[in-house]
Design a protein around this ligand. Structure first.
Ligand code: DMJ
Length: 645
């Protein structure tokens, strides 16, 4: 007996008076409440917490289609309505995501890449990858499910991939010449990375001549753009020590609590895209939670009367947004608000929160509805009225990646997103009818369109369109497929010409087809090259689609030119004039050089089974995002349900 009768105290029951019992019970219940409450503050890993706090599943709630009637102050309202707090208490554990032993026996081997240790050549790793990957994947995905703040299952995702992301042999090509070239590209990446690390670590970009870092004003105070942009490139190249340094930086130093003014577009394609692709490739929960945290900060940009986001957003708690000062009449830019779809759909996937998809579907709905001059999409749209502001159409800057994201949305949906498909082929038809031209010298190019008047100029940025038209060729109308593939090849050829016609064998920022010019820049201000990827990007896609060796040779010409004219003592730099070999460097190693230019070159010399196109699409910053094999995922979910019943 715990309680003894105290001498001289008249008692009842366990020897206590009624009032004493009451006080005692009060104390006891207080203690229990306190202990239970304290569970919430324990780290997620503590077992007691997992036992007592299994999460009840949050049903995805459909929220308003973002017609944007809310003010900036209620920016976070939709999250609340969706049953989520703006800053959800961390570590509410899901028991649901954990795999039962019964189910484990049904599981197909996850197709996930390599152990994050040591820097080994991709070829040597391959065998190891296939064996190591399993234990690694399981531990990564267990981390995901045991932190369990929602229901995304990394294991299910990997089981639904058709092929291993890194291929049988890390993408090692069968012919020695391509392997040699691939190793050269890997060396370039190592060189660019090492110098960034040495002189600009934690800053956004390296200034290779002055040997310091550049922060710039595009990322709203966020840092480490080159690190986030490099995660997947380092990983696929097997530069694992460097990848681990990058990961550690994300873990310890990536601070998302910035209060600066950022480009919604740039933060989305580089940071959200980079984090998502690092998550999908590695299964590291860290990247997923950072991507979700950042994604949430971008939502207030959509609080406009139409739901079309403005270009600039304050990443702090005010969440205010506004249009670029240079954009006519407070308009939003097609290539900016039209380049969110891939990342936002994946944010919904990994967070199990439909709000991101709803935001981008609303953009699509508006664009679909609005009248289009000659079927074309002008570059400026008012986020207030939802009307076009100017009739300037371009497949290059200001318009480019909007078209790219239409076809890639269709491909990423496992070819189920018919809305994206219809818009893409409709847009392409209008582009062909109004913008595609043949020069007197027989080169096919994309002109720009200003209210019906053609400007016979093609930007370097527009050179991505060779690859885009190529990857979309197969899903066009049957009688157009060969035509699209031919068009893709012709555009890529023209872009290659813009390189071969310069002294440095690198292409200018814009080239013209008038006043006697044929794929050359005529203005001094168009002569620069800032390490851009678009031409090489098209080589990579055209290689995958045709296996015509000329694309690898063209890629190699670019490698040689980069080495000769852009490599400096401490990194790679853009140049001011591609038409002179006495180059003047611009002192900037752009983060997209690491993310895109070098990645596309590496893929060009790799086997097609490295990031196979059956499973992956690349966002506009070349971050691979997986195709959502919905029917497989649904099948997996049904199977899981059957087993657990
Ligand atoms: C990259 O940031 C992206 O490719 C974007 O879509 C366009 N510009 C640069 C590279 O040139």
């Amino acid at each position: 007996m715990v309680f003894r009768k105290l001498p001289g105290v008249s008692a009842s029951g366990m020897g206590l008076r009624l009032s004493q019992k009451f006080v005692f019970l009060l104390f006891l219940s207080g203690l229990v409440t306190l202990c239970f409450g304290a569970l919430f503050f324990l780290p997620d890993s503590v077992r007691l917490k997992r036992i007592f706090l299994s999460k009840t599943e949050t049903q995805p709630v459909t929220v308003g289609s973002g017609s944007g009637t809310g003010t900036e102050n209620d920016a976070r309202e939709p999250l609340k309505r969706a049953g989520k707090e703006p800053d959800p208490p961390r570590g509410v554990t899901s028991a649901r995501g954990e795999t039962s032993t019964k189910l484990k026996s049904l599981i197909r081997k996850p197709l996930v890449p390599h152990e994050a240790t040591g820097d080994r050549p991709a070829g040597d790793r391959a065998q190891e990858d296939m064996t190591l990957s399993r234990s690694r994947t399981e531990s990564a995905s267990e981390r995901v499910t045991s932190s369990g703040s929602d229901t995304f299952s990394y294991q299910k995702f990997t089981r639904c991939l058709l092929k291993p992301p890194l291929g049988r042999d890390g993408g090692k090509p069968s012919d020695p010449k391509s392997e040699e070239r691939r190793l050269k590209v890997k060396e370039m990446m190592k060189f660019a990375w090492d110098n960034y690390k040495l002189y600009a670590w934690g800053k956004n970009e390296l200034r290779p001549l002055t040997k310091n870092g550049h922060i710039g004003n595009m990322f709203g105070g966020l840092r480490g753009a080159s690190i986030i942009d490099s995660l997947d490139t380092l990983y696929i190249m097997g530069l694992m020590e460097d990848y681990n340094d990058a990961k550690e930086w994300v873990q310890n130093s990536l601070d998302l609590n910035s209060n600066g003014e950022a480009s919604l577009f740039e933060v989305n394609i580089r940071y959200v895209g980079g984090l998502l692709s690092a998550y999908y490739l590695t299964g590291e929960e860290l990247y997923r939670s950072k991507a979700m945290e950042l994604g949430e900060k971008l939502l207030p940009a959509f609080n406009t009367p139409t739901g079309i986001p403005r270009g600039v957003i304050n990443l702090g708690s005010s969440g205010t947004s506004w249009s670029w000062g240079w954009a006519s009449a407070g308009s939003s830019i097609l290539a900016e608000f039209g380049t969110l779809h891939l990342e936002f759909v994946h944010l919904s996937e990994v967070s199990n929160n439909p709000i991101y998809t709803e935001k981008v579907m609303n953009i699509r709905k508006l664009l679909n509805k609005i009248e289009k001059p000659h079927g074309l999409y002008p570059n400026f749209l008012s986020p207030v009225s939802g009307n076009w502001v100017q009739h300037h159409v371009s497949i290059g800057g200001l318009g480019d990646s909007f078209y790219e994201y239409l076809i890639k949305s269709y491909l990423m949906s496992d070819k189920t997103d018919d809305g994206a498909k219809t818009m893409y082929y409709g847009a392409l038809e209008a582009i062909e009818a109004n913008l595609v031209q043949k020069s007197t010298g027989g080169l096919t190019y994309m002109a720009e369109w200003r209210g019906g008047i053609l400007d016979h100029k093609m930007g370097h940025l527009a050179c991505f369109s060779g690859g885009m038209i190529g990857i979309g060729a197969d899903d066009g109308a049957p009688d157009k497929r060969q035509h699209y593939l031919d068009l893709a090849a012709e555009i890529t050829h023209t872009c290659h010409e813009s390189y071969t016609r310069s002294a440095t064998k690198l292409g200018p920022e814009a080239f013209r087809f008038d006043a006697g010019a044929e794929a050359t820049a005529t203005r001094l201000s168009d002569r620069y090259y800032i390490l851009r990827p678009e031409v090489i990007e098209s080589y990579m896609y055209m290689w995958r689609l045709t296996h015509d060796p000329k694309y690898r040779d063209w890629g190699w010409e670019a490698v040689e030119a980069l080495e000769e004219h852009c490599r400096v003592e401490s990194g790679f730099s853009g140049i001011r004039d591609v038409y002179t070999v006495t180059v003047s460097h611009d002192n900037m190693q752009q983060s997209f050089f690491l993310s895109e230019t070098l990645k596309y070159l590496y893929l060009l010399f790799s086997d097609d089974d490295l990031l196979p196109l059956e499973d992956w699409v690349f966002n506009t910053e070349a971050h691979p995002l997986p195709i959502i094999h919905k029917s497989c995922l649904q099948e997996e979910a049904t199977q899981e349900k059957t087993v657990s019943n």
